[in-house]
Write a protein that binds this ligand. Structure first.
Ligand code: 8YV
Length: 323
């Protein structure tokens, strides 16, 4: 049987690339740089499957070609707001993602950011490395305790729940959540969580707010100037979801003028470029989109893509089909 042609847009962990090369006629991007629109157009014209990541914007500019060969976009990652799903559907293309396998590591990173920003870890590290540490003193770099505080979780899906589990059972935090769906009482009780009916209701109650909703147009600038005004001046915002969920300019303003106490960010509106005003904020911890970045998880994401592709090309419905 002729092997399907798959196009992998970035370097993937070695073990996954080896399996892809074995099971498919695979084209890899050995340079590992983000591809241009022209290169992505070439990919959809030449491959049965394109395997994109968050750095590949796939919409009409890529898909509207009379040489379209691709039948499936098997995304590497759970979030897929970089793919125009309506355009894919219009061209009869299936879209899959990789849920579950990255929930624990992304939740771990959300907790990392909470701890880093509240305990001023970045500031301390910068001080030591710049030879600025003059020694221990009782009032040096005093941060904020996280144990026992109230955490607001926006989006109570797999990752939101993994964050709630760590925060509640590990740090004894009270969890308040907002989700568009009604979460059943048993699930909420498992995480010691209370569901509220709006973000406006959630924000004033929280010492920490962590975002775990999808990106895309529906949640564009869900958190902006008005929402920062609703937060306590002592509260911290953590974003491991998608950059577009937060109005970055309003956030920089809120950090500069102490409307809120700090922010821990892993994702940005125009990543990899970051607003210079944010880079200048001592009370921001800025990470380079590391949510799922462990060897175990990045391999599991790749194997999950291969499962989706195998199902698709063997005529079954892929278990992670989103469109
Ligand atoms: C991925 C992520 O690393 O899965 C997601 O949605 O944000 C990250 O964990 C990235 O999207 C890879 O494409």
């Amino acid at each position: 049987m002729v092997k399907p042609r798959v196009f992998v847009t970035r370097r993937w962990p070695r073990a996954v690339e080896a399996m892809l090369a074995d099971k498919f006629e695979a084209t890899f991007n050995s340079s590992d740089r983000a591809l241009s629109v022209a290169e992505l157009r070439e990919a959809v014209a030449s491959a049965d499957a394109v395997l994109p990541t968050v750095t590949d914007r796939i919409g009409p500019a890529v898909l509207e070609t009379n040489r379209l060969r691709t039948k499936i976009l098997a995304n590497y990652g759970v979030g897929f707001s970089h793919i125009d799903v309506a355009a894919a559907q219009k061209w009869g293309i299936t879209v899959t993602n990789t849920p579950d396998v990255l929930s624990e590591c992304t939740a771990d990173l959300a907790l990392t950011l909470m701890l880093m920003v509240a305990r001023r870890v970045g500031e301390g590290e910068r001080e030591v490395r710049s030879d600025g540490w003059t020694g221990w003193r009782p009032t040096h770099l005093l941060g904020t305790k996280i144990s026992g505080k109230t955490l607001g979780i926006v989006g109570f899906g797999r990752i939101g729940r993994a964050v709630a589990k760590r925060a509640h059972h590990g740090f004894g935090m009270r969890v308040v959540t907002y989700d568009r769906a009604q979460i059943d009482a048993g699930t909420l009780a498992e995480f010691g969580a209370e569901q509220v009916q709006s973000i406006d209701e959630l924000l004033p109650r929280c010492d920490f707010v962590s975002l775990h909703c999808p990106g895309g147009d529906e949640n564009h600038h869900l958190i902006g100037a008005r929402q920062f005004d609703l937060m306590k001046p002592s509260a911290f915002l953590v974003n491991t979801a998608r950059g577009e969920v937060v109005d970055e300019r309003a956030l920089a303003h809120a950090l500069w003028f102490d409307t809120i106490a700090g922010a821990g960010l892993d994702v940005y509106e125009g990543e990899p470029s970051i607003l210079p005003e944010l880079c200048g904020c001592e009370n921001a911890v800025l990470l380079p989109h590391l949510g799922s970045a462990t060897k175990e998880t990045r391999e599991a994401m790749g194997f999950r893509v291969i499962e989706n592709l195998t199902d698709f090309f063997e005529g079954r419905t892929p278990k992670d089909m989103v469109a």
